[in-house]
Design a protein around this ligand. Structure first.
Ligand code: GMT
Length: 378
């Protein structure tokens, strides 16, 4: 198949899923064309049958706001014509699904298919803003196929937007051959003294991630367990989080690493992963941690209970229940036998989301859409 993939190229789960999917599909012999405003972060090095097409938005004094949606639609048309694309696969609905709809209309009578994958905040947060709601509903309904990364997200889409349409649940995936425990002694020594435990949180430091909760949980853990907290990523809440660490007097125990492209070696050195999010449609970073045999302490929101098995792969608590999360963390960190059981269960659970299996699911879904089995809502 000739497939056009559009995603956000910067940090964020949807871009990671889109890029890893594109690379895996290319390995299976498909021709992949990434169409975005910058090279996707994980698209490093040369991969056979993967091409990147950059969308340029021209600036003009009249345009107070860059017209990315239109520029993207034009680029999609150009790539579809020259590369004979069979389908566009849009990751994150806003504005990609809308650009794809426009492109499809411009390409008529060629019946190129549009598949939209819903990832999270495109549905639960941004898409619900009054200025986007109607266009989101329209663009989702006019997609030839729609997938969501969890059952939670499918239900939210159907109820929040009043959409009557088949939505296929295709979860996030992880390359368990790359993400595994391995030997992490050097990294461990770098971050922690002998006997200290390592807790990790990675995110884009947006309010929805509640990074301050991760810090407060760690503050409680530190009172009982010698440990270090490694925070990976950057975003609007980072400065406040650095201030919070100083206020709590724990700055010597918290390491802010900023953005990192490859964190397998950090996850492989971790004892616990913290994900106290306000909203999380799947929790890709928790899955990557679990693949590295790291138990997860998370909130009970969104798709997290579809990934995590409470009392086996980690623990789930109410949003903002710092005391409970800390209690769970201390319990695991002070009980090596229990910790090992949880670590093994986390790895086993991650194997159920192995890349090969989920990429195959996408491939079969493409075939169904191309055969016209998935049809837009009337
Ligand atoms: O909001 C983010 O954290 C980034 C966002 C994205 O779309 O880039 O992540 C969402 O998509 C990921 C991949 O499908 C999911 O694993 C995340 O749970 C989801 N984030 C939220 O729902 C907050």
């Amino acid at each position: 198949m000739n497939i056009g993939i559009t995603c956000y190229p910067t940090y964020g789960g949807s871009g990671v899923v889109a890029t890893e999917l594109g690379k895996a599909l290319a390995e299976r012999g498909h021709n992949i064309h990434f169409i975005s405003y910058a090279l996707p972060m994980r698209l490093t090095g040369f991969t056979d049958n993967v091409v990147f097409h950059e969308v340029e938005t021209s600036s003009y004094p009249l345009f107070d706001f860059p017209l990315y949606t239109l520029a993207l639609a034009s680029k999609m048309v150009e790539v579809a014509r020259f590369e004979k694309l069979d389908l566009f696969h849009c990751h994150y609905a806003i504005p990609h699904a809308t650009s794809a709809f426009l492109a499809k209309e411009m390409l008529a009578p060629t019946n190129i298919k549009v598949i939209t994958t819903l990832h999270g905040t495109d549905i639960t947060l941004v898409g619900l803003e009054p200025s986007f709601l109607s266009v989101m509903k329209f663009s989702i309904e006019r997609s030839d196929g729609v997938t969501a990364v969890s059952r939670f997200l499918r239900e939210k889409t159907l109820t929040n937007y009043g959409i009557e349409k088949e939505i296929e649940v295709i979860p996030n995936f992880v390359d368990t051959k790359k993400y595994h425990r391995g030997n992490a002694e050097e990294v461990r020594k770098h971050f922690a003294a002998p006997g200290e435990r390592i807790l990790v949180h990675t995110s884009n430091f947006r309010p929805v991630k509640r990074v301050a909760d991760a810090i407060r949980v760690f503050n409680e853990v530190l009172k009982k367990v010698p440990s270090k907290l490694i925070l990976v990523g950057d975003g609007p809440d980072r400065s406040q989080c650095e201030i919070l660490c100083r206020e709590l007097g724990i700055q010597e125990h918290v390491k802010f690493l900023g953005k990192q492209i490859d964190i397998v070696h950090i996850l492989a050195a971790a004892d616990l992963f913290l994900m106290p999010s306000q909203s999380e449609s799947f929790g890709l970073s928790a899955l990557e941690a679990m693949a590295c045999s790291v138990p997860v302490i998370s909130s009970s929101v969104g798709g997290l209970p579809e990934l995590q098995i409470h009392g086996q792969t980690g623990f789930i608590a109410e949003i903002g229940d710092i005391d409970r999360m800390a209690k769970y963390a201390i319990d695991l960190l002070t009980n090596p036998t229990k910790h090992q059981l949880f670590a093994d269960a986390a790895r086993r659970r991650a194997l159920e989301f192995e890349a090969d299996k989920i990429v195959g699911h996408y491939e079969r879904y493409y075939e169904r859409v191309l055969e016209g089995i998935e049809t837009p809502a009337k």
